[in-house]
Design a protein around this ligand. Structure first.
Ligand code: HEC
Ligand code: HEC
Length: 328
């Protein structure tokens, strides 16, 4: 299992699973300095001021850059109406600009019909995580179940209105900084790269404080990938790994992606764009589909694509796909 894609370093114990996260926090954290949590903070390029207490409140999502996106609706800020203002707004995890983070999902620029189908699949038990310890996916499914059809459409249209733009920087390397994990996201604890990367992708914020503390939606991510993986991935993605032997085409271990995802992998009609998106997110989806926890009728089209992929193939494929700069 590509644990790296799920934000874990060790496998779970048999039967170990996440419990549903609680309601958003409105109170100061008792173990942290109160003044520090109440101090007003700023981020570069924004005229707004918010405290950590405000930034951490998932049912009252702060908006550093109101000019970047359509006006935040109550659904984006406070979550589905049935939650009575005490649940999470969509923009808390996915950011007001829909960029998302490695541990959740990049949702801007997705086709409306695709987006709606995902929410329906989550409601119908057709989409869950292959990693039972992943708590935020449980919460995501609960939110989908709490939404009305009108809210689902509203969310799909809100995020579809913003094109996907590049914000992942792919760096080939044999070593990564040592990291700690904060709710399934890798955060560097040193600036040097001292740990062997192995057969993993380690996706970290370009600036940990800006992402972790300020939830600054202008700060993207670095994806450290093994040396040579981008080129290996390119071959799998563009040809499926097919080779020509004695003038005969021998099929590879996967299927060329552009047939369905569009020439530049920016999406085609109802098939989602994948170019330039989080490699951790993409790898989780491929593995979830392979394992059958993501199993909608349309996900079946992906079955032959993922059937024979190993962890190393996943690393290579998503390293290449997320390195494409022309996201949509
Ligand atoms: C607590 C964080 C959180 C909140 C709040 C949240 N999501 Fe999500 N969302 C997730 C996670 C985590 C995933 C990815 C699941 C995975 O990889 O297992 C996800 C995935 C998605 C996807 C799938 C994207 C794709 O490319 O298929 C959509 C669509 C989505 N969320 C919409 C929403 C909407 C609409 C709301 C507001 C009601 C919302 N989310 C609120 C965490 C969240
Ligand atoms: C035969 C058509 C087809 C081919 C070929 C194909 N895909 Fe897909 N892919 C789909 C469809 C359809 C979906 C949406 C499934 C759904 O609605 O749940 C999808 C979904 C995905 C997703 C999930 C996206 C998200 O936002 O959650 C990823 C990642 C993905 N494909 C990657 C790939 C890669 C990489 C390749 C090539 C190695 C590939 N696909 C080849 C049809 C295809």
């Amino acid at each position: 299992m590509p644990l790296w894609a799920y934000g874990f370093v060790t496998p779970g114990a048999p039967g170990e699973k996440a419990t549903m996260p609680g309601a958003p926090a409105h109170a100061l954290r008792p173990k942290e300095d109160a003044q520090e949590q109440l101090k007003l903070r700023q981020v570069e390029g924004s005229a707004e001021h918010f405290s950590l207490l405000q930034i951490r409140n998932g049912s009252e999502v702060v908006d550093w850059f109101p000019g970047d996106h359509p006006p935040l609706t109550p659904l984006m800020k406070h979550g589905p109406a049935s939650g009575g203002g005490n649940t999470y707004g969509c923009a808390f995890c996915h950011m007001p600009n829909g960029k998302g983070r490695p541990e959740n999902a990049p949702v801007s620029g997705l086709p409306v019909a695709y987006f709606i189908r995902q929410m329906q699949d989550m409601r119908a038990g057709l989409r869950s995580s292959a990693e039972p310890r992943k708590a935020n996916t449980l919460l995501m499914i609960a939110l989908a179940q709490a939404m009305t059809d009108a809210e689902i459409r509203e969310a799909a249209e809100y995020f579809a209105a913003m094109p996907w733009t590049p914000w992942i920087r792919v760096v080939e390397t044999d070593r990564v900084p040592r990291t700690r994990i904060q709710t399934n996201m890798f955060i560097p604890i040193e600036s040097e790269r001292t740990e062997l990367i192995g057969a993993r992708i380690i996706e970290v914020p370009e600036n940990a404080d800006e992402v972790e503390l300020n939830r600054n939606p202008h700060v993207g991510f670095i994806a450290y990938v093994p040396i040579g993986s981008v080129k290996k991935g390119e071959a799998l993605v563009t040809t499926g790994g097919a080779t020509i032997i004695n003038g005969q085409t021998v099929p590879g271990k996967t299927v060329a992606c552009a047939t369905c995802h569009g020439l530049d992998l920016k999406g085609l009609v109802e098939v989602p764009g994948i170019a330039g998106r989080s490699p951790s997110y993409l790898a989780r989806q491929l593995y979830d589909i392979q394992q059958g926890t993501r199993k909608s009728p349309l996900a079946q089209l992906m079955k032959p694509v993922v059937a024979n992929l190993t962890n190393d193939d996943l690393v290579a494929i998503v390293a290449f796909v997320s390195s494409l700069r022309s996201g949509k």
